[in-house]
Design a binder for this molecule. Structure first.
Ligand SMILES: CC(C)(COP(=O)(O)OP(=O)(O)OC[C@H]1O[C@@H](n2cnc3c(N)ncnc32)[C@H](O)[C@@H]1OP(=O)(O)O)[C@@H](O)C(=O)NCCC(=O)NCCS
Length: 172
């Protein structure tokens, strides 16, 4: 199976709205931070372009690339790549967040999405290391990070909970 990870373009409207249905069992942010019901695809592309260039950012947001994972022309996952770290991202959010649609899990897609995201961070964003975080009990994500060279720096207690967030660095 070949996974292609890339930004959306004007030819992807149909794939985007099909993907939206595929992710409907998850919180909307797992598919798109920018999309709101009723929004046109053109408007979504405009927001994503602004976010990439760091224009009109909301407070506490940094420049950001939203890349989608395509298999045979269908969107099956996504990667949210923060170009730099602010205090919150340094503590908990990290540079990269990814998700895979439920019917497509356990096929190695997240592992491939993170691998391709790392290549993007190195080749396009010119970063030399990235922070990737996940809840300690999110075993699929822990394994995805370890398989991509993650080195655990520490664990941070989640506010108001007994659980921790694991913080891993990956050298590029
Ligand atoms: C976490 C998530 C991205 C994993 O996606 P995926 O495509 O199923 O992951 P992969 O198929 O690449 O699996 C990677 C490894 O984790 C294992 N794995 C996957 N899901 C698992 C689970 N629920 N429990 C234990 N292990 C799991 C796989 O077996 C594989 O290990 P292996 O190579 O030793 O067999 C997916 O479950 C998801 O989108 N979850 C909701 C969003 C989320 O939590 N994102 C991560 C935020 S940090």
């Amino acid at each position: 199976m070949t996974v292609e990870l890339r930004a959306l373009n004007e030819n992807d409207a149909e794939a985007f709205f099909e993907g939206l249905k595929l992710f409907s069992d998850m919180e909307p942010e797992w598919y798109s931070f920018a999309y709101r019901p009723g929004m046109s695809f053109t408007e979504l592309l405009r927001i994503q372009d602004d976010e990439f260039h760091g224009r009109n950012l909301k407070p506490e947001r940094v420049p950001h690339s939203m890349l989608y994972a395509f298999v045979d022309g269908k969107i099956v996952g996504r990667s949210s790549i923060r170009h730099k770290l602010n205090d919150h991202l340094m503590k908990l959010g990290g540079n990269i967040g990814y998700a895979v649609a439920t019917p497509w899990r356990n096929k190695g897609i997240a592992t491939e999405i993170l691998k391709l995201s790392l290549k993007y961070c190195r080749d396009v964003l010119k970063l030399d290391r990235v922070l990737v975080t996940c809840d300690e009990d999110n075993l699929g994500s822990v394994k995805t990070i370890l398989k991509n060279g993650g080195v655990l720096e520490n664990k941070i207690l989640n506010e108001g909970k007994q659980t921790h967030t694991n913080r891993y660095w990956i050298k590029l």
